[in-house]
Design a protein around this ligand. Structure first.
Ligand code: BJW
Length: 228
């Protein structure tokens, strides 16, 4: 990495898999237990809010019991030591990057630690359940939803992500299937901007062919090896 100064790292569910958090599309993953249209779209929330809130309450509780793994720790180390620009763009709603100590983290699909009030549009820290329709801490209306990005909604901070990609020398994608846009398109965006690209994933992903280089293996192995 000697000739690299500015790095953008994209992470997906695979980086948290070895912490015991289910991925979405692997065998036994979340979408085998729930149809995506039933739990991860705004239409689903209108149709059956109890089902959606229960799904996210369970995941929020499960995530809080998990710990960062060696891959999160390696990225946190890199973040602390890297004096060039670095941005970790995570699709994950868990906070394992932050709990490992990473500082430069952007949650493009939101975070399980926030509630978003659909009445007053204020986001607030929220670690408890939402199924009992608690009032919004800002306006008092019982209209909270998880502050996560569902299909058909605009991911967060796209301008900041593209600005970081434009400045980048290296784009690294870790533990994501390349099935969900716009994140799946970042590698092509990076290539168009002549940014070097590297994929670290358990196995070949839908996007593998776009990367200059791919290294396959569990994140707890390949990420610390790459950072070292
Ligand atoms: C390991 C490992 C180990 C395992 N070590 N690796 C056609 C029709 C309809 C819509 C579209 C369409 N074409 C495109 C779209 C848009 C749509 C989309 O992409 N759909 C696709 C399904 C085709 N995208 C959107 O709607 C997005 N918004 C958007 O585009 O806005 C534009 C817009 C314009 C104008 C008006 C309005 C909007 C929003 C996408 C939101 C995604 N949300 C979710 C849920 C978030 C909340 C939650 O967590 O519940 O985000 S879905 C889910 O998928 C979650 C993830 O962040 C995301 C990506 O999943 P990820 O991380 O890649 O996980 P997996 O399971 O897929 O892969 C895991 C990988 O890890 C695998 O490769 C394993 O091999 C690997 N792995 N163990 C290393 N130990």
């Amino acid at each position: 990495m000697t000739d690299m100064r500015n790095i953008v790292i994209l992470t997906g569910a695979g980086i948290s898999a070895e912490s015991g958090i289910d991925t979405f599309r692997d065998g036994g993953g979340l979408w085998e237990q729930h149809r995506v249209e039933d739990v991860a779209t705004p239409e689903a929330f209108v149709r059956d809010p109890d089902l959606v809130l229960r799904f996210y309450d369970q995941r929020r509780e499960a995530i809080q019991a998990k710990q960062p793994n060696a891959a999160h720790e390696a990225i946190a180390r890199l973040d602390a030591e890297w004096d060039g620009e670095l941005l970790v763009v995570t699709q994950n709603v868990d906070d394992l990057h932050e709990r490992a100590g990473a500082r430069r983290v952007l949650h493009m699909h939101g975070t399980h630690l926030n509630a978003w009030c659909t009445a007053c549009d204020i986001r607030s820290r929220w670690t408890g359940p939402m199924i009992d329709r608690p009032p919004c801490p800002a306006c008092g209306t019982p209209a909270l939803r998880p502050d996560v990005v569902w299909f058909g909604e605009m991911p967060y901070e796209m301008e900041r992500i593209h600005a970081a990609l434009r400045q980048a020398d290296l784009f690294v994608s870790i533990g994501t299937s390349g099935a969900v846009y716009p994140a799946a398109g970042f590698v092509q965006d990076a290539r168009e901007m002549r940014v070097r690209t590297l994929e670290l994933n358990l196995e070949a992903s839908m996007g593998s062919r776009w990367f200059h280089q791919s290294r396959h293996g569990p994140a707890t192995q390949v990420v610390p090896e790459w950072v070292a």
